[in-house]
Design a protein around this ligand. Structure first.
Ligand code: ADP
Ligand code: 5GP
Length: 210
């Protein structure tokens, strides 16, 4: 029996290590598909169109919304970000475990559309460590870092809405924990409807023979 994949949402403060965790997970494990989002923000040095993001204009982004090409979208510190619909649905259908690395408003929209999705919130062990990582990455100006730290305060209000809190202290341990969480989510009753139906059918058939 072929199972549909699990949809996992990975949210967390900017600088908490989501991108790093995802890269590690994908390089270590098979069976995962990472959704590549569309965004209106400018590429950072080293980022490649189609790998980290689809970098699009404001106009193209608005058109994607109008055409229903996005599963969800949100504004985050002056830019738009959205999840392309078709890739996610195709990969789930093929049994892949799909991961969306998206912020909190998007996570809420996914929860409405996919009540069985696994919502994980990534955080560093402390606020000081968050600031250290965000500054240490060296990709944002002081002003953008301040804006992202302010946003982190707002986002912390939504942490309770997630199924799990993943503390990214030691990277290796964190990646293993995420993998285990997703494996465990496959065991949930809600994700085993087909198996339950089949088992009931077999039991009833056996009962009739005896
Ligand atoms: P996000 O994608 O959540 O914005 P990144 O993956 O870009 O965060 O990580 C932010 C910074 O923190 C990067 O410089 C990264 O190398 C570093 N980092 C990530 N995970 C850890 C960790 N477990 N310990 C120390 N530094 C980390
Ligand atoms: P960054 O600019 O650091 O790459 O991303 C900023 C924020 O946007 C992060 O919190 C990231 O998770 C979020 N994000 C990235 N792609 C999407 C998306 O498709 N939808 C939503 N809602 N948020 C996204």
């Amino acid at each position: 029996m072929k199972h549909r994949g699990i949809l996992t949402v990975l949210s967390g403060f900017s600088g908490s290590g989501k991108g790093t965790i995802m890269k590690e997970l994908l390089s270590r494990r098979q069976g995962y598909a990472l959704s590549v989002s569309a965004t209106t923000r400018q590429p950072r040095e080293g980022e490649v169109h189609g790998r980290e993001y689809f970098f699009v204009s404001q106009e193209r982004f608005q058109e994607m919304i109008r055409q229903g090409e996005l599963l969800e979208y949100a504004q985050y510190v002056d830019n738009y970000y959205g999840t392309p619909r078709s890739y996610v649905l195709e990969q789930l259908e093929q049994g892949k475990d799909v991961i969306l690395e998206i912020e909190i408003q998007g996570a809420r929209k996914i929860r409405q559309q996919f009540p069985d999705a696994l919502l994980v919130f990534v955080t560093p062990p402390s606020a000081q460590e968050l600031l250290r990582r965000l500054s240490g990455r060296g990709t944002e100006t002081e002003e953008v870092i301040r804006a992202r730290m302010r946003r982190a305060v707002q986002e912390s209000e939504g942490m309770e809405d997630y199924d799990c809190i993943l503390v990214n202290d030691e990277l290796d341990a964190c990646v293993s924990q995420l993998h285990s969480l997703i494996r465990s989510w496959h065991l949930r009753t809600e994700n085993n409807g087909d198996f339950i139906r089949q088992m009931k059918e077999e039991l009833n058939q056996l009962q009739e023979i005896q």
